[in-house]
Write a protein that binds this ligand. Structure first.
Ligand SMILES: NC(=O)c1ccc[n+]([C@@H]2O[C@H](COP(=O)([O-])OP(=O)(O)OC[C@H]3O[C@@H](n4cnc5c(N)ncnc54)[C@H](OP(=O)(O)O)[C@@H]3O)[C@@H](O)[C@H]2O)c1
Length: 302
């Protein structure tokens, strides 16, 4: 299969590229930078979609870059990098004479109100109530194909939790303070912590490429990219400390997170959704790392 991956040069993309190549697929990255095995977003806009079987979009400005102050310009980079790349792909799929059979967009769980009680499945209603839910709404709308285009191309939206892996994402930023014994819960620690191992997220993307796993529909098939274990931030913190053999006695107060990251970004860390991968499992996907212990051991001791 020929697969085009927007943002394939990043953390999740790296793992996906490895998996797709092992499975014998041919992969081309869409990037801001030209290079071997790449096309640029400008190429895609000007020349159109190269002949391919599937397109995936992983492009997006890092939301939790600790080196960038949270302001209007950063906020607009976070939105534009996701909406513009997604719209460019949607437009290229709609315009081509040779549409791919599958279009996969990775978004997030922020379309569900964070609380400690409600259990969200892929059947739950997505709503708009704050900045992040607005982002997911606009992002998924940008990825929506017209009914005509959807006849040829199956659409998949994978709403992902926090992606855990050695090479990047949340763990990369946490390892140093945890190694130094400075790790602790974020805010109350009671908030749900929906997470997934990066190999499993890459696995769900690869699983979605198989037409047999996606019913024909004019609507996107939503999958939750979260491990089935429902954990809180406290459980995650304790397990990471346990695997690293380090204490986790220093909670990070919500006020400090708000002061350093801004209240909108702090909310990503101090709030979370209890989400389960109901449809992901029903579609036949098997998690390699369904629980925190196995996921963290693989990441830390590899
Ligand atoms: N990591 C997580 O925990 C997590 C959780 C839920 C959802 N997601 C979503 O999954 C996607 C991939 O996540 P990731 O962790 O792999 O991301 P990442 O490594 O931070 O970035 C992925 C790629 O996006 C491209 N990119 C970065 N800034 C951009 C900009 N301003 N404009 C256009 N492209 C830009 C870069 O590719 P080039 O430099 O080659 O252009 C980069 O390699 C993102 O959309 C993210 O929101 C991630």
């Amino acid at each position: 299969m020929r697969v085009l991956v927007g943002g394939g040069s990043g953390f999740i993309g790296h793992e996906l590229m490895k998996l797709l190549k092992v499975k014998g697929h041919e992969v081309t990255i869409i990037s801001r930078q030209p290079g071997l095995g790449r096309i640029t977003w400008t190429d895609l806009e000007s020349v159109g979609l190269p002949v391919c079987d599937a397109v995936v979009n992983l492009a997006g400005e890092n939301i939790l870059n600790p080196l960038r102050r949270w302001n209007k310009s950063y906020r607009s980079d976070v939105f534009n990098s996701r909406l513009k790349t997604t719209k460019t792909i949607t437009h290229s799929i709609t315009s081509t004479q040779t549409p791919p059979h599958c279009w996969i967009l990775i978004t997030g769980l922020a379309c569900y109100r964070a609380n400690t009680e409600t259990l969200y499945t892929e059947d739950s209603e997505s709503t708009t109530f704050d900045l992040w839910s607005q982002l997911v709404k606009e992002w998924e709308e940008a990825g929506r194909l017209s009914e005509n285009a959807a006849i040829h191309t199956k659409q998949v939206v994978i709403r992902s939790g926090v992606v855990l892996g050695r090479g990047g994402g949340a763990i990369k930023q946490m390892l140093t303070p945890f190694w130094l014994g400075l790790g602790g819960t974020l805010g109350s620690g009671n908030q749900p912590f929906p997470w997934i191992h990066v190999s499993d997220l890459a696995g769900i993307i690869a699983h979605s490429l198989d037409p047999a796993h996606i019913p024909a529909s004019s609507q996107p098939q939503v999958f939750h990219g979260v491990a089935p274990a429902l954990n809180t931030n406290r459980e995650f913190t304790q397990e990471l400390g346990h695997v690293l053999k380090r204490p986790t006695l220093l909670p990070v107060p919500e006020l400090l997170l708000r002061a350093t990251l801004g209240h909108e970004r702090a909310a990503i860390l101090t709030q979370g959704q209890r989400a389960v991968p109901k449809r992901t499992l029903e579609s036949g996907f098997q998690f390699q790392y369904p629980d925190l212990t196995s996921a963290l051991r693989q990441i830390i001791t590899r």
